[in-house]
Write a protein that binds this ligand. Structure first.
Ligand code: GSH
Length: 211
């Protein structure tokens, strides 16, 4: 049994969707950001940085969305969220998951949390630099998909596409949302057509960027 500590539409959504793809029994525990529940001392015992997702597996709390995603893919190979171990496709899969987490998700963290850089708001120059960095990543990913899509691993859908779609959704209120890149839009439309996406959005009460 997995217990996913989540907040709607945040970094926990990719883990929620992966659990639904797998069909694994799980419990969802809301961390209510409106009440500051991510800083509750009991929650900090599970997630010392006070962030979601946290997933408790067999009594052990684990954090980091990309790591949790890879863990779930490993534990449930029958769900085919990752290519088989030891293949070139698996190696490409690691590359994309780490790239998305390390470059894109990390930059988003600064975009959404200026306080991480010590200020309540970004000065315009910092905001412009973060926007440029994110758009440069869309350029790179779109070119990759144009050369060999529709998924990150070509014709093979994987958990990396779930992660990318979540990250695309976060751009919906940015000056240039990711759906403006045509090959990224094709990928997102495919992921958003999946039953797991629809169920996850419904369970989290999401109303924007559904399909
Ligand atoms: N690297 C972490 C980042 C997690 C993260 O920043 N989560 C955000 C939501 S997307 C959060 O919990 N924010 C609450 C806060 O910082 O107060 C991961 O991918 O799991």
């Amino acid at each position: 049994m997995y217990n996913l500590f989540y907040s709607p539409g945040t970094a926990s959504m990719v883990i929620h969707q992966a659990l639904l793809e797998i069909g694994a029994p799980h419990q969802l525990t809301l961390v209510d950001f409106d009440k500051g529940a991510q800083r509750d001392p009991d929650y900090l015992k599970l997630s010392p940085q006070g962030v979601v997702p946290t997933m408790v597996i067999d009594g052990r709390p684990l954090v980091e969305s990309a790591a949790l995603l890879m863990m779930l893919a490993d534990r449930h190979p029958e769900a085919r969220l990752a290519p088989p171990l030891g293949t070139a496709e698996r190696e490409a899969w690691y590359q994309w998951i780490v790239f998305l987490s390390n470059s894109l998700a990390a930059t988003y963290r600064f975009w959404f949390y200026p306080e991480d850089l010590g200020a309540p708001q970004h000065p315009p120059v910092v905001r412009a630099a973060l926007q440029k960095k994110i758009e440069g990543i869309w350029d790179r990913l779109d070119a990759h998909l144009a050369a060999g899509g529709p998924y990150l691993l070509g014709t093979q859908f994987s958990a990396a596409d779930l992660l990318l779609t979540m990250l695309m959704r976060w751009s919906r209120n940015m000056p240039r949302p990711a759906l403006q890149w045509p090959h990224l839009k094709v990928l997102a439309d495919k992921v958003r057509a999946r039953e797991s996406w629809k169920a996850m959005c419904e369970r989290e009460g999401l109303t924007e960027w559904l399909a």
